[in-house]
Write a protein that binds this ligand. Structure first.
Ligand SMILES: CC(C)=CCC/C(C)=C/CC/C(C)=C/CC/C(C)=C/COP(=O)(O)OP(=O)(O)O
Ligand SMILES: O=P(O)(O)OC[C@@H](O)CO
Ligand SMILES: [Mg+2]
Length: 248
């Protein structure tokens, strides 16, 4: 089964998907593999691999190899640029940062990376990537014109634009380690506009079961957690708790 089909099936049948983000720059490849193993035991549905800086090349390849040794769930690339592509992954979020000021993040990285993705035959999942205040490191690196957090209508407008251009997924990103996740109002309005067929991913600043539950109830099809999983001493229990909350 394709990774996209697998994720959509979980979203449709269980309500919400949980994705664990591993940044290859944050730990050794072996430690990355251990985190993925624990997250998979806790029930996470897939592993995303990427980071804003220092997350590509050999360290990316080695991290994915370690993750694949220890788990059987899909590994999805979350690239900051062409350096974030690896032949070891199962799929790639082939994304365009629609609210960037820099054409590199809208189409140029995609143009440079596409022949590599083609050569390695990596499954592509098309995605409109939208960065909302505060935006964090990724907002700065991606030169995003941050969507104000209290302007759901702007997130809706961008999301519809992505959908009309044929993107299957929309990702509302508050930035890794954001003080608060995307608001329920913005999630609800965006999901309402996208409809059932397009899938909405929400990430950035989701730390507690309450945050995760609120995002899921508001309409997120998929929840991404990175920082809490990196920082907790007990990845398995944390992931189990988050998943219980998003499937209530
Ligand atoms: C499709 C191809 C080849 C490239 C896409 C290029 C685009 C659109 C990039 C968007 C801008 C960008 C810098 C994205 C980075 C996404 C990412 C991996 C963020 C998450 O990393 P974390 O580790 O959570 O955060 P930090 O890196 O801030 O710690
Ligand atoms: O690290 P956190 O805050 O969980 O954010 C995850 C992801 O949305 C960042 O791209
Ligand atoms: Mg990081």
């Amino acid at each position: 089964m394709k990774v996209e089909e697998y994720l959509n099936k979980i979203a449709d049948e269980k309500g919400t998907v949980h994705l664990t983000l591993i940044d290859p720059a944050s730990q050794s490849p072996e430690e990355g593999g251990d985190i993925a193993y624990e997250a998979a035991c806790g029930g996470t549905d897939a592993i995303m691999v990427g980071g804003s800086t220092g997350a590509g090349g050999t360290v990316l390849d080695r991290t994915i190899v370690e993750i694949k040794k220890r788990t059987s769930i899909p590994v999805i690339l979350f690239p900051a640029n062409v350096d974030g592509i690896s032949p070891h992954a199962d799929a790639i979020f082939f994304m365009s940062l629609l609210n960037s000021r820099d054409v590199n993040f809208i189409t140029t990285s995609q143009m440079i990376g596409a022949p590599i993705v083609y050569k390695y035959n990596i499954e592509t999942i098309s995605m409109a990537y939208l960065i909302v205040e505060p935006g964090g490191t990724v907002g700065w690196v991606g030169d995003a014109r941050l969507i104000p957090k209290n302007k759901p209508e702007l997130a809706v407008a961008y999301s519809l634009a992505g959908k009309y251009m044929g993107m299957h997924y929309t990702y509302l990103e508050a930035g890794s380690g954001a003080d608060r996740p995307i608001t329920p109002e913005m999630i609800g309005a965006t999901k309402h506009a996208l409809g059932d067929h397009n899938k909405l991913i929400v990430g950035g600043g989701i730390r507690t079961v309450e945050d995760a539950r609120e995002c899921a109830r508001a309409g997120a099809d998929m929840i991404v957690t990175g920082t809490v999983v990196e920082e907790t001493g007990d990845v398995r229990t944390k992931v189990e708790e988050l998943i219980t909350a998003i499937r209530e």
